[in-house]
Design a protein around this ligand. Structure first.
Ligand code: PRX
Length: 635
């Protein structure tokens, strides 16, 4: 029996039991048999969730790029590693073989070295979805530099916060990005950000749009001439399994974004193993994940997981709606894609359009469909299943988080029978638990509670960059000796999990994790605003949209409301990015508060969702009268 590739349900249960009974023996076997290590570990796992401290494969030495690139050269150097599909369907796709990718990564690593980057340095990567993004990520990993990819839709303010938080020395960016019919001047955004980032010494620029840019002498350099002059060979830095591989920021329910730190060994083992099983990847398959590498899904399941398995991974620059709503399906047909992994928000947007966009393409190559980032509603599930999968390609509804590094709860296609809206069973080695409000584990089936994980898994984040206390407080203090996910879930009669949504102040909009606090901070900085509160409400395409309740200062009272709404959204766009814009803004005389001054979001949420039949007991509020006023004026 190969524990590495699970093929039927009985085998899943067998392997699962083994992985839980003796996790160390289980993961040791996987790590030993399927990866190349410069030196094996002294110990498989050391952990203590109370600190929290977790170390996998301690003492082992490796470089993840040797696993993702070098080791494939002997047997499949000419196989396509990255299949780049540009935004413009008229521009030719690029097939980058493992040998070519290896060479490009080595050249880039040599350039970074010449520009002063060495092991442990932080490098910010702010690039569109072009091959250089994957190359830059891998080049950092080759040198042991810690990459911090920032999604190229974040504003200059958000970028600056992330650059400063982990003190990046370098930024790799491009003249611009092209997505759909829009171009974005990324260099200008970087220039604005760097006005407040004194630690950045170098900016390396990829040419993509050909737009005009101004180079800051001594700081900015075009990358291509440097790459042309660099050696195509670069010795990989030998890393400890527990050395940081990358930092990736995620929103918190309070304060500034959290720089989740992932390490080399465990992350590699877990992303590769989950990729192989959850997408049932076989030699010759063409796998496509439509996420952006700026998010964890792209890190784990466009770059590291697929490449560690020697897979062909599609890298798509564009958007699902350009040049028309059939683009995804056109690309599936063109490249004979076998596994397709996307977000419910994209499915919902495409499901609104004519079926002709799907039906005109030959989708017979598809074997497995994936969903990630937010709950997939029943309607979207059926549309995806019927029209894309034609009822024959299982949908893997994969639940996981930036913090978990890899997929945690998911069906294994052709193994786990699927049920719409259920992420189904824990993946091998994952030990979920549901907790009640008192912190006790709820055993048995047909129960719901707060979703925790009881035992470490190899790809879990090890800390928050520069703030281990916050890591402890956010994830390990609510439920003793458990990792708390922030999500609620139910477990049905057969033990399947269904994720019911966030139970904290994070709202998932179009699959993007948004904390309410930073958005409120940004609104409150508007000179006419006194206070604000954000809640989520259901939205047909985005899943959730944002509803803002805003109290104006006296000076704002006389102002035109529509103008104010525009200014508030402009402010959010500048400080965070357009993804955090509010769909509705209601100006209110006050916000419902408890006697201790805490905003009662529960009530606001009900008003925003037009679910006001039962508001619960509001008599204990400091200002119960304001509730009726808000309801009367609700949008
Ligand atoms: O609330 C869950 C939701 O997305 C959150 C994690 O967001 P992020 O760190 O940005 O990572 C997204 C990609 C892995 C989770 O706490 N979420 C993610 N996948 C699902 C989901 N909710 C329901 N079903 C899912 N499949």
């Amino acid at each position: 029996m190969s524990n590495y590739h699970i093929k039927h349900l009985e085998e899943y249960f067998q392997v699962y039991r083994k992985s839980v009974r003796d996790p160390e023996a289980f993961w040791e076997e996987i790590a030993e048999e399927h990866f190349s290590w410069r030196k094996k570990w002294d110990r498989v796992l050391r952990w203590d969730f109370s600190k929290p401290e977790v170390a996998w494969f301690e003492g082992a030495r490796l470089n993840i790029t040797e696993n993702c690139l070098d080791r494939h050269l002997a047997t499949q150097g000419e196989k396509t590693a990255i299949l780049f599909e540009p935004n413009d369907p008229g521009e030719q796709a690029q097939h980058i073989t493992y040998r070519q990718l290896h060479e490009r990564v080595c050249r880039m690593a040599n350039v970074l070295k010449e520009q002063g980057i060495s092991k442990g340095d932080r490098v910010c990567i702010y690039l569109p979805m072009i091959p250089e993004l994957a190359v830059a990520v891998l080049a950092c990993a080759r040198l042991g530099a810690i990459h911090s990819v920032v999604f190229a839709g974040f504003s200059s303010n958000a970028l600056a916060t992330r650059i400063n938080d982990c003190q990046c020395k370098m930024v790799i960016t491009s003249d611009g990005s092209i997505r759909g019919s829009k171009t974005l001047d990324l260099k200008a955004i970087v220039d604005a950000a760097l006005e407040s980032c004194p630690g950045v010494e170098r900016v390396l620029l990829v040419k993509r749009t050909g737009g005009e840019v101004t180079l800051v002498p001594g700081r900015d350099t075009w990358l291509q001439p440097l790459l042309d002059g660099a050696s195509p060979a670069c010795e990989a830095e030998v890393m400890d399994a527990e050395d940081p591989l990358f930092i990736l920021y995620t929103s918190g329910s309070t304060g500034k974004p959290k720089g989740m730190v992932h390490t080399c060994g465990g992350y590699m083992v877990y992303t590769a193993y989950t990729f192989k099983n959850i997408f049932q990847y076989r030699d010759g398959d063409v796998y496509w994940c439509t996420a952006d590498i700026g998010w964890i899904t792209g890190h784990s399941y466009i770059v590291y997981g697929p490449l560690a398995n020697g897979a062909t991974t599609v890298l798509f620059e564009g958007v699902p709606t350009y040049p028309d709503h059939g683009r995804f399906w056109k690309v599936v047909e063109k490249h004979r894609v076998t596994q397709f992994y996307t977000a419910p928000t994209a499915i919902r947007a495409l499901a609104r359009e004519s079926l002709e966009y799907v039906e005109q393409y030959d989708l017979s190559s598809l074997k497995v469909l994936g969903s990630v980032g937010e709950p997939i509603n029943e309607e979207a599930w059926h549309w995806y299943n019927n029209n894309v999968g034609k009822g024959k390609s299982p949908i893997v509804d994969t639940w996981w988080q930036t913090e978990t590094g890899g997929i945690m709860i998911s069906p294994i296609p052709f193994v786990t029978p699927t049920t719409p809206t259920y992420a189904t069973l824990p993946f091998i080695g994952v030990q979920p638990a549901l907790m009640d409000d008192e912190g006790n584990e709820i055993k048995g089936n047909q129960v719901s509670g707060r979703l925790c994980i009881k035992f470490p898994w190899p790809s879990m984040a090890r800390t928050i960059w520069g703030d281990h206390q916050r890591y402890h407080d956010t994830y390990f203090s609510t439920f003793k000796n458990n990792y708390f996910t922030g999500d609620g879930a139910l477990r049905d009669a057969v033990g399947y999990y269904r994720i019911t949504g966030r139970v904290d102040d994070v709202i998932i909009v179009s699959g993007h994790n948004l904390g309410t606090a930073p958005i409120e901070d940004s609104i409150n900085e508007h000179p006419a605003v006194a206070e604000s509160a954000i809640v989520g409400f259901p939205h047909e395409i985005k899943g959730n949209a944002l509803y803002g309740f805003v109290i104006l200062k006296e000076t704002g009272e006389g102002r035109d409301r529509e103008n104010l709404r525009r200014e508030i959204n402009q402010q959010i766009t500048e400080q965070i990015g357009p993804i955090a814009k509010l769909d509705k803004i209601q100006f209110v005389p006050g916000l419902p508060k408890t006697r201790s001054g805490k905003i009662m979001r529960r009530i606001l949420r009900k008003i925003a969702c037009r679910d006001t039949a039962d508001l619960g007991d509001i008599s204990t509020l400091l200002n119960p009268e304001v509730v009726q006023e808000i309801m009367d004026e609700s949008l």
